[in-house]
Design a protein around this ligand. Sequence first.
Ligand code: SAM
Length: 297
Amino acid sequence: MTNQNMEITTDIYLGDSKKELKKLLDNSVDLIVTSPPYADQRKSTYGGIHPDKYVEWFLPISEQLFRVLKPTGTFVLNIKEKVVEGERSTYVMGLIIAMRKQGWLWTEEFIWHKKNSYPGKWPNRFRDSWERLLQFNKDKHFNMYQEEVMVPMGEWAKTRLKKLSDTDKVRDNSKVGSGFGKNISNWIDRDKAYPTNVLHLATECNNKNHSAAFPEELPEWFIKLFTKENDIVLDPFMGSGTTLSVASRMKRNSIGIEIVPEYYQMVKNQLNPVELYLLEPGAKYEKTEPKRRIAIR
Ligand SMILES: C[S@@+](CC[C@H](N)C(=O)[O-])C[C@H]1O[C@@H](n2cnc3c(N)ncnc32)[C@H](O)[C@@H]1O
């Protein structure tokens, strides 16, 4: 095999996702990671959508996302319903049901536990310290690289695994008929385990340029789990461009769409040029002369 150059591109579009997404090709994206504006929130910065209108607003966008996502791809939607007049709004549930009707499979729900949520006191609830990360797919057979997100076994290996019961030592066939069992003794002497579906990440405090930026670890974790190098990652609500900069650092191509010109301009100014990596068989990617090219629409 001869050496190959790998060019990593970052394309950004200014405008409404509903319209701009139409410029992307069918079945062309490997992963969508995004956080849209939540219903009626942050009105002062980029407008809000009334909770009653949220599903209606989002469906034409998710229709386009369905079109551009590859059948092997995944869509991760960060969202959280707000409290309206003392009650949790149900628009996220309405959205999940409407998206399933649109053809999406609701494969999984991850929880983002915000480790550093602000303390506070409310008369009828406690401080909100988690958000939803909804996983949607087009097909049951999607790309997933589970080994990439394994975590150290930690104390488990020393405590519970040392005191296994008899049932733990034999294969405990799944009661849900999935064909998978949980023979816990398989995990003795292993260094790493698969993670849970709860991500413990601090909210972003350093990014002063956007009021709702992702912590970098959030897109990073899903990019590791659902893509390979040279794949394409899309964020249709780009904001400060966290998803794009993380994707680029991880040698994934990325596409971002942002409706507010100031945010778009900020990302444009900060973006690295197209990076050119030298791909050698069996060797780590070496960065070579970067070529200046960013696609600005
Ligand atoms: C929650 S923020 C995303 C923050 C981003 N994850 C980051 O790390 O900076 C949502 C972004 O979507 C943008 N936005 C809102 N409506 C949009 C639309 N219809 N099309 C494109 N972008 C939109 C907002 O201006 C805002 O910057």
